[in-house]
Design a protein around this ligand. Structure first.
Ligand code: NZQ
Ligand code: ZN
Length: 389
């Protein structure tokens, strides 16, 4: 394993009733003005808004509402939230939603106190945060991204047509609350999209050096088997709260930096999906489901040993003495079969794309990561996108 230092500053609460039990006490250490941020209104329909608002009122807080955060949050929405926070002297931000709401609020927590342009200084390139962002607490209502326990925020700059994420430890939420029952109202398609995002995060970390036996990969294999099992369980029985809770915690585990310890990490599939999202606004997990098998067919020969291990240990494919590459390819095809079995999209057409005209520009705008088994070129990404079409 490579050297590492581990720290995670987010205090995490998991389980049914955790918001009711702990939120008031957690907020008592901050000032009166709470920005209550959420998305398009699902929390108003499923009762979460009422529950949270009544806790805030009972604690004597002033609520500053910030609603309408879209999926794939935009930089303009970040600036709108930062203005509102400054005008109302917000003391703490409470993000109630999924990755989009949490990410938008992380960027707001910085933009509200930073005098310059946060896009140019922190998203277009990696910067050093030398101010104290507003404190942020999150209540997760749809799981998958793992944003609740990291400092990552993925923002879309519509003008520049770039969707990009950075992970700043200073943007880690102060606390994260995960009540699986809050996700009961999530539509099944979104639930499996989030779960696939989780699986993707684990794979993107697993398929990278070092490849000798190591603790991070051991945990990753166990988590992958669990996510696959629980995706099957919740698809067979949408009422399965045990699977729902497992998927929620697996999402957090996949992105709270534990799996990445000592690992290089890949995340090229994410780079491709982010640019696909910047051009088409597609659903994150669906985009990943389409891209992963095609991308892995390209890198599999260069990472054959690891893909073979994936086939044997994650998909329990039997080794009858086939050569490494044959087994490795079986692992990739098992993933592709699972995506079909679970009902995730498999082509860009299914994501609503009607022609290939944007593919070249999308491919050309993708960042190339150093951790892939095979360093991509923009031409090869275009081939991959064409295969996905
Ligand atoms: O907006 P509302 O009305 O709340 O509806 C949302 C939205 O339509 C709905 N939803 C949320 N909770 C619900 C619910 N519907 C019914 N009942 C509930 N309890 O779910 C829809 C999707 O929400 P969204 O937050 O957009 O989804 P997700 O959590 O998948 O987040 C996606 C964003 O996170 C970024 C993605 O790129 C994308 O922008 N990511 C963030 C990461 C991070 N910070 O670490 C890592 C990821 O790789 C990812 O890139
Ligand atoms: Zn993701």
């Amino acid at each position: 394993m490579n050297n590492f230092i581990f720290e995670n500053a987010t205090r995490t609460f998991f389980g049914k009733g955790c918001v009711k039990e702990y939120l008031r006490c957690l907020l008592s250490r901050y000032g009166q003005n709470v920005m209550l941020a959420y998305g398009g209104g699902s929390i108003k329909r499923n009762g979460v808004y009422d529950e949270v608002a009544s806790i805030l009122k009972a604690g004597g807080k002033n609520i500053i509402e910030f609603s309408g955060i879209p999926s794939n949050p935009t930089y303009s929405k970040v600036l709108e939230g930062a203005r509102l926070a400054r005008e109302n002297k917000v003391d703490v931000i409470l993000a109630v939603g999924g990755g989009s709401v949490m990410d938008c609020c992380k960027a707001i927590s910085l933009a509200a106190v930073y005098p310059g342009d946060i896009w140019e200084n922190f998203w277009a390139r990696t910067g050093i945060i030398d101010v104290s962002p507003l404190p942020l607490g999150v209540i997760v209502t749809v799981s998958g991204t793992g944003s609740e326990m990291n400092g990552g925020a993925v923002i879309t700059n519509e003008e520049k047509r770039i969707k990009t994420g950075r992970d700043y430890p200073k943007l880690n939420p102060k606390f994260a609350m995960l009540d699986p029952t809050y996700t009961r109202s999530v539509p099944h398609k979104q639930l499996i999209s989030g779960a696939f995002d989780t699986l993707s995060h684990i794979m993107e970390t697993y398929f990278s050096e070092p490849d000798e036996e190591n603790v991070s990969d051991d945990i990753a294999e166990a988590l992958m088997r669990g996510v696959i099992r629980d995706m099957r369980a919740i698809t067979a029985n949408p009422e399965d709260d045990n699977a729902r809770g497992n998927l929620m915690w697996a999402a957090t585990m996949a992105e709270n930096r534990v799996l990445k310890l000592g690992k290089k990490t890949d995340f090229e599939a994410h780079q491709i999906e982010h640019q696909l999202g910047a051009y088409t606004n597609c659903n994150h997990g669906f985009g990943l489901a389409v891209i992963h098998p095609a991308y892995y067919r390209h890198i599999c020969p260069a990472g054959a040993q690891k893909f073979k291990r994936f086939a044997l240990r994650v998909w329990q494919i039997e080794d009858h003495g086939q050569d490494d590459l044959t087994l490795a390819r079986k692992g990739v095809e098992a993933l592709a079969d699972f995506i079909r079995e679970i009902g995730l999209p498999t082509t860009l057409r299914e994501l609503g794309m009607t022609d290939r005209s944007a593919l070249k520009e999308i491919a050309g705008s993708c960042a190339i990561v150093p951790g892939s088994y095979k360093r991509m070129t923009h031409e090869e990404i275009l081939e991959i996108l064409n295969e996905c079409f």
